[in-house]
Design a binder for this molecule. Structure first.
Ligand code: ATP
Ligand code: MG
Length: 197
């Protein structure tokens, strides 16, 4: 990859590009009740894009409310496929679909993830909100665990969502629990573009 075109404050500094001696495909879990799980995953997608990596991001449950990353990632002109594969949040007020419909959508999304991963065409795969899909019994835990165990060894796999299962945490390499210290929501401030979606 050529020299970065990014404007730097100190252009006289030479930029080092680290190269790991040993490449490892990590399993990263972002869980907890605070804000920042999906946005952290999107942050890693941006980084991967900068390294010229091929990325797949499948969003469980999401699909009915526009979120900035859908277009933002497209505008980056990167090798990133982002697929909102859900039918909206299952069980929340106003969502018209039955549990069975949500379950079918989640199972289809997991099958798609499995098929796409098996092509070996990705350096990083993000399964956004997959933990919530498991908690809501839209996905069987065993199917997700199988995916973790059988992933290509050099492919990074990022899983987000509240209440990650202990068995997923046990298989993961890096796990962060985002803790809510404050959230604007508690002051009745509605979700804001760029921050919340
Ligand atoms: P983000 O997508 O902003 O990184 P997240 O993935 O950590 O958030 P989710 O549980 O997926 O959080 O919830 C998504 C939406 O709910 C976001 O708009 C986020 O700001 C909001 N949210 C996150 N945590 C809380 C909370 N503790 N109370 C209320 N709303 C929250
Ligand atoms: Mg999220």
């Amino acid at each position: 990859m050529g020299e970065s075109k990014f404007l730097r404050m100190h252009p006289e500094l030479e930029v080092t590009r680290l190269r790991p001696e040993r490449r490892v495909g990590l399993v990263v879990v972002l869980t907890g009740y605070g804000k920042g799980k999906t946005s952290s995953a999107v942050g890693m997608v941006v980084r991967a894009c900068g390294h010229g990596m091929r990325v797949l991001m499948i969003q469980f449950m999401k699909g009915d409310i526009f979120s900035g990353e859908w277009d933002g990632i497209g505008k980056m002109r990167c090798d990133v496929e982002l697929i909102p594969a859900g039918m909206g949040f299952c069980g929340i007020q106003g969502n018209p679909f039955t549990h069975a419909v949500h379950r079918q959508a989640a199972r289809d999304a997991l099958r798609m993830a499995r098929e796409k991963i098996s092509t070996g065409a990705y350096d990083m795969v993000v399964l956004d909100e997959v933990n919530n899909a498991i908690n809501l019994k839209l996905l069987d835990l065993d199917g997700v665990l199988e995916l973790l165990r059988s992933k290509p060894p050099l492919m990074h796999l990022v899983l987000t969502g509240r209440d990650a299962e202990q068995s997923i945490i046990d298989l993961a390499d890096t796990v962060s629990e985002v803790r809510e210290v404050k959230h604007a929501f508690r002051k009745d401030i509605e979700p804001q573009p760029g921050i919340d979606y």
